[in-house]
Design a protein around this ligand. Structure first.
Ligand code: UT7
Length: 319
């Protein structure tokens, strides 16, 4: 596969650390030094479908395609107002795509790398010509806004990529190790007269230190593994495009790899952790600001609830 168009969209409301400190026992100083986050965008008047639609329109424009050219839609999403129908089927109608298959995936923050791998398989099999990948997330609707532990980290956003047949995905590594307790959100299901056990919905529960540890360890080994598989030297890598969860996580990975700061672009200071949208939003920013040249080698690496990880080596042949 190769990516021939990208797009991204963020909510208009920007929420600063000071705005959070007005109702949470936290401070700009704590959040900035422990996470690197300064602002996050939060959905208020728009919907997640609005953001996803904007991101898709940009990606289609760059790819010089129209929605009717799309023959497969893959959406990565943790949660949205509809448990059914799928996010992708709703988005299909919003963007005016023809009656192509629509598939939702939930591999938490690793969704973009998983989606690239799925699209690559469909494209290689000759089943699909123009796949649309969308990562759209509103973690602001699963965190507990009365607690400071997780709410300060996240933001909402969406990104899209159009992928067509090509040879840009040089190595992929995906992993999942079942680990529920470290990071989960439990929605409340409807009343059922036959279920007697007590059930409560639970806002996002996160063992921050454990996720931090798993993120750093796994990202480092995943990155080394995909570089090895692709036969790529670190010196050949233009950018490491990492999941935007915490600047200290990015820095720990960077130091272990022994690579310079300029190879680790970041935007989490503006948007916080936008779950699976974080990586493709950053990729779109690099693309739109002309920082990606034909022939560049990128390493993508992400991690999240599951505990799931996904990394790949991407050759950039451009649009
Ligand atoms: O997509 C994956 C999503 N999740 C992640 O990426 C999470 C990864 N983990 C992290 O980013 C970090 O572990 C956190 C930012 C969540 C926490 O940072 P930390 O350096 O691991 O802090 P800590 O949990 O060890 O807490 C240190 C102190 C504690 O106080 P005491 O016990 O030392 O008195 C906490 O109660 O900081 C306190 N604290 C806060 N203080 C002000 C925890 N959260 C806050 C807060 N504001 N928001």
């Amino acid at each position: 596969m190769k990516i021939i168009g990208t797009g991204s969209a963020l909510p208009s409301l920007s929420v600063s650390n000071d705005m959070l400190a007005a109702f949470l026992d936290t401070s700009d100083e704590w959040i900035s030094t422990r996470t690197g986050v300064k602002h996050r965008r939060i959905l208020s008047t728009e919907t997640l479908f609005d953001l996803a639609t904007q991101a898709v329109e940009q990606a289609l424009e760059q790819a010089k395609l129209t929605a009717s050219d799309i023959d497969y839609i893959i959406c990565s999403n943790l949660v949205n107002i509809y448990a059914t129908p799928s996010f992708s089927s709703i988005l299909q109608g919003r963007i005016g795509a023809a009656n192509c298959p629509c598939l939702d995936i939930n591999t938490a923050c690793t969704g973009f790398v998983y989606a690239l791998d799925i699209a690559d398989a469909f494209l290689k099999a000759g089943k699909v010509k123009n796949a649309l990948i969308v990562c759209a997330e509103e973690p602001s609707r699963i965190v507990d806004w009365t607690e400071r532990d997780a709410s300060i980290l996240f933001g909402d956003g969406a990104a899209a990529a159009i992928v067509v047949p090509g040879d840009d995905l040089r190595a992929v590594y995906l992993s999942t190790t079942s680990n529920i307790d470290s990071l989960y959100y439990q929605r409340k299901l409807e009343f059922n007269p036959f279920v007697k056990r007590k059930e409560y919905g639970k806002p996002l529960v996160m063992n921050g230190r454990e996720i931090f540890r798993l993120a750093v360890l796994n990202s480092i080994s995943d990155i080394n593994r995909v570089l090895d598989t692709a036969g790529v030297q670190k010196s050949d890598v233009k950018f490491y495009v990492l999941h935007q969860a915490n600047m200290r996580i990015i820095e720990a990975i960077r130091q272990n790899l022994g690579e310079p700061e300029e190879k680790f672009p970041h935007n989490l200071e503006h948007y916080g952790n936008t779950a699976s949208a974080s990586l493709p939003i950053l990729l779109d920013e690099l693309n739109k600001s002309n920082q990606l040249q034909k022939g560049d080698i990128l390493v993508l690496s992400s991690f999240g609830a599951g505990f799931a990880t996904g990394a790949c080596v991407l050759h950039w042949s451009g649009n």
